[in-house]
Design a protein around this ligand. Structure first.
Ligand code: 13P
Length: 254
């Protein structure tokens, strides 16, 4: 009932030369058994959208402004991302929360902008190491979920990515029990927040996902896929993650 999703976040990496990696990825998965999305820097969205041809690869932005247009130098509206070929946009990534002081209310406004533009918002949340060590993980992600997921969120327009800040780019990954605890909690909280649609929203895990740990993570209940940073930059690294997700999906199919 929830199509599994492998999403790559290239962050501030990649130039037109990197598009050869996309070709290699599409060649490796000509008819993927899961949904595949790449979120390159905004400068590459249009080129990537053109490059995929008839392949079902989804393309996403990494941020958007809440307003559809206006005097906001350097910002990009959701409608512009959509116009360039994006169907998804990441909002509330911890790097933006930290680097740009984005709070939950702003993240919700950005998610609403994505919905207004007809795109899927990938809303990110996750605790810091300090918050985890203080035993506040569920309190923090619960607050982030309540305040960052806008009214009107559905399984069709919203994806949630649980990305513990301490696992991003560090090679440190929570135990499967820790992931299961948070994802189960988020599933329940989501249903309390948006009702029956909560069962249809995909919950991704993100933070140091690699080919070597993907299968174990994808076997955790309520993990519907991954948001992958570093290992999404090269087809040779991302492809085994996609393959592990395809295997998990095939195992679950009736
Ligand atoms: P890494 O996969 O590089 O740890 O990054 C995760 C992430 O932040 C994806 O948005």
């Amino acid at each position: 009932m929830r199509r599994r999703l492998a999403a790559g976040n290239w962050k501030m990496n990649g130039t037109s030369a990197s598009l050869s990696e996309v070709d290699a990825l599409l060649d490796a998965h000509p008819a993927p058994g899961v949904e595949m999305v790449l979120c390159p820097p905004a400068t590459l969205i249009a080129a990537l959208a053109a490059r995929r041809g008839r392949h079902p690869l989804g393309v996403g932005g990494q941020d958007c402004h809440p307003e559809p247009s206006g005097a906001h130098t350097g910002d990009i509206a959701a409608e512009m991302l959509r116009d360039a070929g994006a169907g998804f946009v990441i909002v509330g990534h911890s790097e933006r929360r930290a680097d740009h002081g984005e709070d939950d209310a702003l993240v919700a406004a950005k998610a609403r902008a994505a919905h207004r533009a007809g795109m899927v918002a990938i809303v990110c949340l996750g605790e810091t190491l300090e918050e985890r060590e203080e035993g506040r993980t569920l309190e923090v992600v619960g607050r982030q979920l309540d305040a960052s997921v806008p009214d009107g969120a559905t399984g069709g327009n919203t994806v949630i990515a649980y990305e513990p800040v301490w696992a991003i780019g560090t090679g440190r990954v929570p135990t499967t029990d820790q992931i299961a605890e948070v994802h189960g909690f988020l599933r329940d909280r989501l249903s309390a927040r948006i009702g029956a649609q909560g069962a249809f929203v995909r919950l991704l895990y993100g933070g140091s996902v690699k080919g070597s740990n993907a299968a174990e993570i994808f076997a955790v209940p309520d993990v519907d896929g991954a948001l992958v940073g570093g290992a999404s930059l090269k087809a040779a690294d991302f492809s085994p993650i996609v393959a592990a997700l395809e295997e998990a999906a095939a195992r679950e199919a009736p």
